[in-house]
Design a protein around this ligand. Structure first.
Ligand code: FAD
Length: 444
């Protein structure tokens, strides 16, 4: 779904190499570890799968810790995608580890009854069950209709239980970890992960709590969107680039983990206040969109890399948005306006009808101020409409995107089916893959 895997290739390569090292660490331990005298290759392979699984699982804490140096080169959507696939990979390795032992070394699994079984083997089974549950509840959250907040709390609790049980299992079983230095290494790894959890769940929320914001304005927009203007009561955000987003907490403390991502729709040149434009789509956004000035808020960010600033040499920009996917485009367009940037922007914007076209008046005004062409595409156009109709398709793209735009950066944001279709059409039209970048508003 996402083409432009890395927006900052060298930094991305560094983090990928570091991730690979973390994954390789258990295998180094395995290769240099003290082997039991009479083990077979298959047995060692099963152990290797177990170690690899734990390394891949442990990496998840880093991927979800939202360290800006890690997220910035990729964009947080890509980082969450890594998280998702690595987690599935980790569970596949664990199942492989268990399956080999179950089929060829059943005696090693011992008694299944937790009351009489060896504790370290029970720990292994708890870890396996918890990791499987983690993946199933995440992949099927929407099908199972699990409310997001409930899922998130459960996800964190299960992850901690699963990882703790897995480390206890490895140390308790003691294969390849019998020597003191190996045990110290594993304990060190476990302590580092605990440190990460303390940072993400306690220290960072504490820092956010010490630095509150306040809503100073709530501006109703077209299509039911509300723009909340927030002012920092303490320190403002450190410089943000256009197209970035923040995690917003309203009506709770940052410790409650009830934060939601929203794009900053004003350029950093307008700081320190930030504006978030919110479309009421569910419980939180409905409530947030209607909050009044004076309400306290907490902001964690900035994150993301869906930005014109990643292509300083671009000759122009193509932006294709659907519905509320317009917010990062507004942020980037405002930055061009603020900087009196003469480069051309072609914005193709799809909506159900004219009423739901957010920011349509502002876009019309901006067309007169900067080198911007807006093409509205309406599924249900009003009487007398002479613009584009239906869905954004190959004919519309070819009509409004002349040959000279092919190598310009293309930004896509909107419902999944829209970005998927548009991306494949653009590729067929000859737009190179690295020139297409898409933002996902649905991280899980
Ligand atoms: C990078 C990014 C930028 C975004 N920018 C904007 C924006 O500028 N304007 C805007 O209106 N919307 C934006 N969104 C979408 C917005 O975050 C969701 O619409 C909002 O969180 C939905 O929450 P809800 O409780 O109102 O709806 P619900 O009905 O509870 O949730 C709808 C869906 O939103 C997702 N979601 C819910 N809560 C969260 C959460 N805490 N974290 C992540 N995803 C969640 C889930 O997939 C859920 O199924 C953005 C999303 C992302 C990922």
């Amino acid at each position: 779904m996402i083409a432009n895997l890395s927006r900052l290739p060298w930094k991305a390569a560094f983090w990928i190499a570091l991730g690979a090292l973390v994954l390789a660490l258990p295998f180094i331990v395995l290769l240099t570890g003290e082997r039991a005298p009479s083990t077979s290759l298959l047995w060692d392979f099963a152990m290797g799968l177990g170690f690899g699984a734990l390394a891949a699982a442990g990496l998840q804490f880093v991927l979800t810790a939202r360290f800006q140096p890690v997220t910035r080169p990729f964009g947080i959507d890509i980082v969450y995608l890594f998280h998702r696939y690595f987690a599935i990979g980790a569970v596949a390795l664990m199942l492989g580890h268990f399956a080999i032992l179950y089929i060829w070394f059943e005696d090693a699994l011992g008694d299944l009854n937790p009351l009489t079984a060896r504790w370290e083997l029970t720990m292994g089974r708890i870890a396996l069950g918890s990791f499987v549950l983690l993946v199933i509840t995440s992949e099927l959250r929407k099908t199972l209709r699990i409310p997001y907040d409930f899922w998130r709390y459960g996800h964190i609790a299960l992850a901690i239980i699963a990882f703790g049980a897995a480390v206890a299992h490895i140390l308790g079983v003691g294969h390849f970890t019998g020597e003191a230095d190996k045990r110290i290494l594993w304990l060190g790894v476990a302590v580092s992960w605990i440190g990460l959890i303390i940072w993400t769940r306690l220290i960072r929320p504490f820092l956010l709590w010490r630095n509150p914001w306040r809503i100073v304005e709530n501006i109703p927009r077209e299509g039911g969107v509300h723009s909340l203007v927030l002012e920092p009561l303490g320190k403002g955000l450190r410089d943000w680039i256009p197209g970035q987003f923040v995690w917003l907490t309203l009506g709770a403390t940052p410790f409650a983990l009830k934060e939601h991502p929203f794009t900053i729709s004003t350029p950093s040149e307008h700081g320190p206040n930030v504006t978030l434009s919110i479309k009421p789509l569910g419980d939180f956004s409905e409530w947030a969109a209607h909050t009044h000035p004076g309400v306290k808020a907490y902001i964690d960010g900035p994150y993301g890399a869906f930005s014109i600033d990643n292509d300083p040499d671009a000759k122009g920009f193509v932006m294709i948005a659907g519905g509320i996917g317009i917010t990062p485009m507004m942020s980037n367009i405002h930055a061009l306006q603020e900087r009196s940037d003469p480069r051309k922007v072609v914005l193709i914007y799809g909506n159900k009808d004219w009423e739901s076209a957010h920011f349509r008046d502002e876009l019309a005004k901006l067309e007169g101020q900067i080198n911007l062409t807006v093409v509205h595409v309406l599924e249900n156009p009003p009487d007398g409409w002479d613009g584009e109709t239906g869905f954004i398709d190959r004919i519309i793209l070819a009509k409004h995107l002349p040959e000279e735009t092919r190598n310009w950066p293309h930004f896509l944001c909107g419902p999944g089916p829209l970005t998927d279709v548009v991306k494949s059409e653009l590729l067929e039209m000859g737009v190179p893959l690295p020139a297409i970048d898409s933002e996902i508003f649905d991280l899980v």
